[in-house]
Write a new protein. Structure first.
Length: 66
């Protein structure tokens, strides 16, 4: 699970680096992550490492790199 989280976090970082701020829906498409659970696993990794900014509201958060 630890390795999977790291791989997903890397894919998310790459997508945000190339595209700028993205919503969770757009991130899921850009990274080709299969489930929202996996997407949020990777986002949690990056948030824990203090590499993400989150804007917007709870219903439609936007994520971007710091």
């Amino acid at each position: 699970m630890f390795e999977k989280a790291g791989e997903i976090a890397g894919a998310i970082w790459t997508a945000l680096n190339e595209n700028g701020a993205l919503s969770a829906k757009d991130l899921k498409k850009a990274t080709k992550v299969k489930t929202e659970k996996d997407l949020y696993l990777g986002l949690g990794w990056l948030l824990r490492e203090d590499k993400l900014n989150v804007a917007g509201d709870e219903k439609e958060p936007m994520f971007c790199l710091k």
